[in-house]
Ligand binder design. Structure first.
Ligand code: KIV
Length: 286
């Protein structure tokens, strides 16, 4: 059995000069595929809302959604570090609730939680860490603040905003986060943050100067309705799925599926071979 990654391995990878490879996943088979592909970190992101649940944004994702999908992914991940997102309003309102919700995601199978924000979230970060739960930070474009930020926009383009982001990054790193996700940040700023922090950065739309990279799985495998510029699509599973389902539909309509090969005989109830065009009362009905 391969050794399981922990949050400590993120800094070890960085120290060894090895880029951290991270990807999101939402289901057991996705977790299994990502784990077998040898990624270092699997994130059950609140991108779940848009990617899987057909929601318009991350703001409607609930603790129950995150708990259920974290548990599903955990059943497929046995080596990578499993991180789960704390969803909108699960940690911003009340510190006790923040710790309890982080604990729910750990009990569902995560080994760390991720939350968005800088200095404003220091109390939540500290309380969750005090409960023994590792935290990963998230700065730059933070989707849970999409309305405040005026949309999905690059953050830190002007020096004043860049300096602010540096201060926020230093503050959460000093509080003890194990890594910082930098989303939609100019490459030069992300490289600067990476240089000054003693914890690794993991970029998404933040250029090559981060200690690692993360992508939304569905952008990578061609299952997203709209792939953002920051992503690269490595396979078109959406097209492959549509082709497979269309072939199946064609076979059903022409009678080419099912054949005797996919049918059960009537042994046990006295029937003969295959009843054409009808289901056979089967031994596999629970
Ligand atoms: O929810 C998510 O998928 C994320 C990644 C984009 C980092 O937070």
């Amino acid at each position: 059995m391969p050794k399981r990654m922990t949050v400590l391995d993120l800094s070890r990878l960085r120290a060894a000069g090895r880029p951290i490879v991270a990807v999101t996943a939402y289901t057991t088979p996705e977790g299994r595929c990502c784990d077998e592909a040898g990624v270092d970190l699997v994130l059950v992101g609140d991108s779940l809302g848009r990617a899987v649940l057909g929601l318009p944004d991350e703001l409607r994702v609930t603790m129950a959604d995150m708990e259920r999908h974290t548990a599903a992914v955990a059943r497929g991940v046995h080596r990578a570090l499993l991180v789960a997102d704390l969803p909108f309003l699960s940690y911003q309102v009340d510190l006790g609730q923040a710790v309890r919700n982080a604990g729910r995601l750990i009990r569902a199978g995560a080994a760390a939680v991720k939350l968005e924000g800088g200095m404003a979230q220091l109390p939540a970060i500290e309380r969750i860490l005090a409960a023994g739960i590792p935290v990963i930070g998230h700065l730059g474009f933070t989707p849970q603040s999409v309305h405040l930020l005026g949309g999905a926009r690059v953050q830190g383009r002007v020096r004043k905003d860049a300096d602010r982001l540096l201060v926020e990054a230093r503050a959460i790193a000093a509080a003890g986060v194990s890594a910082v996700v930098l989303e939609m940040v100019p490459a030069a700023l992300a490289a600067e943050v990476t240089r000054v922090l003693d914890v690794p950065t993991i970029g998404i739309g933040a250029g090559p100067g981060c200690a690692g990279q993360i992508l939304v799985l569905y952008d990578l495998i061609g299952l997203s309705a709209r792939v953002p510029r920051l992503a690269r699509t490595y396979a078109d599973l959406g097209a492959a799925m549509a082709t497979a389902v269309a072939a199946y539909a064609g076979d059903v309509r022409t009678g080419a599926f099912p054949t005797a090969e996919q049918s059960h005989d009537g042994r046990g109830w006295g029937g003969t071979a295959v009843v054409e065009g009808a289901g056979v009362p089967g031994e596999d009905v629970p």
